[in-house]
Design a protein around this ligand. Structure first.
Ligand SMILES: O=P(O)(O)OC[C@H]1O[C@H](O[C@H]2O[C@H](CO)[C@@H](O)[C@H](O)[C@H]2O)[C@H](O)[C@@H](O)[C@@H]1O
Length: 259
């Protein structure tokens, strides 16, 4: 499927169409420091327009819902964080999945353990995500070596605490083993939709691509060259070359739907 064909399908019955997007690497360009990630202004405007033209628009991210509220709150757009473990309410509060609370101590233990174990390893950075924790090595000079160090540490902590280890782009995460993923969120958001599309770039997006396809929808991949896993490309119906190309595609869709 071409990007043009994907846009045509989404525009055919806009009121009954659901569009779900990942945040980092899809809407926001990949940056060295996760704290610097931001939604480009043009993309924010396109999403604002789309929220007024499509049946449902949602952001489904690995970031905490609180982060999405700070960086990507747009009226009419639902925000789901931590791969579906958190949801932002209309009043700006965050509702965690009810099964997450019992894992609070284990996540706290993991954060302390990671800090002790990885202290002194240059280029390895811990991201405290509240109800989960991630370890990044984008800053490390030797990515392969840093990945090995982080992988061994994260696997050891996962085994000891019962938390689940999840891979990402130059990052590994420890999160509560609650069986919820982005695919569950997409299925819920698109329950009443005639057409559904999910746009993402990483392995954590694969369940969401699959959920869109199960509904006869479209899996849109944002390609980042060597950083894009083969299984991500294989899970998509259409590929766009980077965040800027996806932003342009969103703009085009919004323009197509304008009155
Ligand atoms: O589901 P997403 O919205 O794509 O979030 C996935 C993870 O994204 C962030 O990490 C990635 O983006 C960073 C900023 O561009 C980059 O520095 C890092 O290397 C990437 O892995 C975020 O920090 C994680 O918490 C998210 O889980």
């Amino acid at each position: 499927m071409t990007p043009e064909e994907a846009a045509q399908r989404l525009a055919a019955d806009p009121g009954r169409t659901a569009l779900c997007c990942d945040f980092d690497g899809t809407l926001a360009p990949i940056v060295d420091d996760p704290a610097d990630s931001a939604l480009p202004e043009g993309t924010r405007e396109a999403l604002w327009l789309l929220a007024r033209r499509l049946g449902r628009v949602a952001l489904v991210s690995g970031r905490p819902a609180g982060f999405l509220l700070e960086r990507a709150a747009i009226e009419g757009i639902a925000l789901y964080g931590l791969y579906g473990l958190e949801e932002a309410e209309a009043d700006g509060t965050v509702r965690p999945h009810p099964d997450v609370a019992p894992w609070e101590d284990a996540v706290g233990e993991a954060k302390a353990w990671l800090a002790t174990e990885l202290d002194g390893h240059p280029g390895i950075v811990i991201e405290d995500k509240g109800r989960s924790v991630a370890v990044h090595w984008r800053h490390a000079l030797d990515h392969a070596r840093a990945e090995l160090i982080v992988g061994v540490t994260v696997d050891t902590i996962a085994e000891a605490t019962g938390l689940t280890a999840e891979p990402g782009k130059l990052v590994a995460e420890l999160r509560p083993p609650v069986p919820v993923d982005k695919g569950d969120v997409v299925a819920r958001v698109a329950a009443d939709a005639a057409v559904v599309a999910y746009a993402g770039d990483d392995r954590g997006d694969i369940p969401a691509f699959a959920a869109a396809r199960r509904r006869g929808g479209i899996a849109i991949g944002v390609d980042h060259g060597v950083e894009t896993a083969d299984e991500v490309r294989a899970a998509c119906d259409v590929l766009l070359d980077g965040v800027a190309a996806f932003g342009t595609w969103l703009d085009g869709l919004a323009a197509r739907l304008a009155p």
